[in-house]
Design a protein around this ligand. Sequence first.
Ligand SMILES: NC(=O)c1ccc[n+]([C@@H]2O[C@H](COP(=O)([O-])OP(=O)(O)OC[C@H]3O[C@@H](n4cnc5c(N)ncnc54)[C@H](OP(=O)(O)O)[C@@H]3O)[C@@H](O)[C@H]2O)c1
Length: 282
Amino acid sequence: MTAAAPPPLDSLDAAITLPNGVDMPMLGFGTWQLKDPDVCVPAVRAALDAGYKHLDTALIYGNETSVGKAVKEHGRRDELFITTKLWNEHHAYDDALKGCDESLKNLGVDHVDLYLMHWPCGMDFLDAWRAMEKCLEQGKTRAIGCSNFLVPHFQKLLDEADVKPVVNQFEFHAWLQQPELLKYHDDHGIVGEAWSPLMRGHYNDIPEIGDIAEAHGKSRVQVLLRWVLQRGLVTIPRSSKPDHIRANAEVFDFALTDDQMNTLNGLDQNKRLGGDPMTLGT
Ligand SMILES: NC(=O)c1ccc[n+]([C@@H]2O[C@H](COP(=O)([O-])OP(=O)(O)OC[C@H]3O[C@@H](n4cnc5c(N)ncnc54)[C@H](OP(=O)(O)O)[C@@H]3O)[C@@H](O)[C@H]2O)c1
């Protein structure tokens, strides 16, 4: 199975169709570290007011209740795509079922659109996956997928799973492009979703990004987001600031040339800024 073609990147409504037919907006809003409700609720509201349709949270972020509050205030849950994630302590079958219920309760919704396993935790994920398949069957989520899975994890999961994962949310930015994993996604119809697209601020250290930004009259952040989207990946930048949140959505009115794409593609250093999926949670 090969991955679906990415949609035209013309607005915040641009969505890729997952292999199970569910549409997933290409640009979403990340909420890691937005733990304080006084920061998180207004930030999510600002994202929704700016037209974002896709929110990314996780049980471990401790902010599902705030995300749910902002969604409720917004009032149009049906227009939104909400992702949350199963935490590592909940990999036993019954714990995973309870973890999903806890997230739905926190969010104040009867289902999410995507439920991800947050980390593979070594190779100890089959019971949790079975529980996630159950959550899907019960209508508690419209799709199930993985986060931080690498090729060896997928090889084990795809051998055993009744329902194949439709998404992998993984670290991807100019310094970590993971070509082997991207090829595996493409070969198996898995949609890639980039976390930490803004490199924890390191884009300021890379002159090529500044040159491309100047050529388009855009910011470095906007260039990075556009590059990730043109690579065919979904992405979920996070910000606590309404002006940043709005600016991060202004990436649909320009396009990077092939040369500019190649320049950014050439910045890969195989350098992680976050945890290593082979060791984290083991
Ligand atoms: N599955 C996983 O294991 C995993 C791991 C990490 C992240 N994630 C998800 O991916 C999302 C994004 O990753 P991330 O949170 O690590 O980092 P990120 O989105 O790459 O970067 C966030 C940082 O960029 C700054 N920023 C955002 N917009 C900006 C702008 N226009 N100008 C200047 N600075 C800007 C933010 O500061 P301000 O608040 O000041 O704007 C914040 O410090 C997370 O929030 C989470 O939802 C998932």
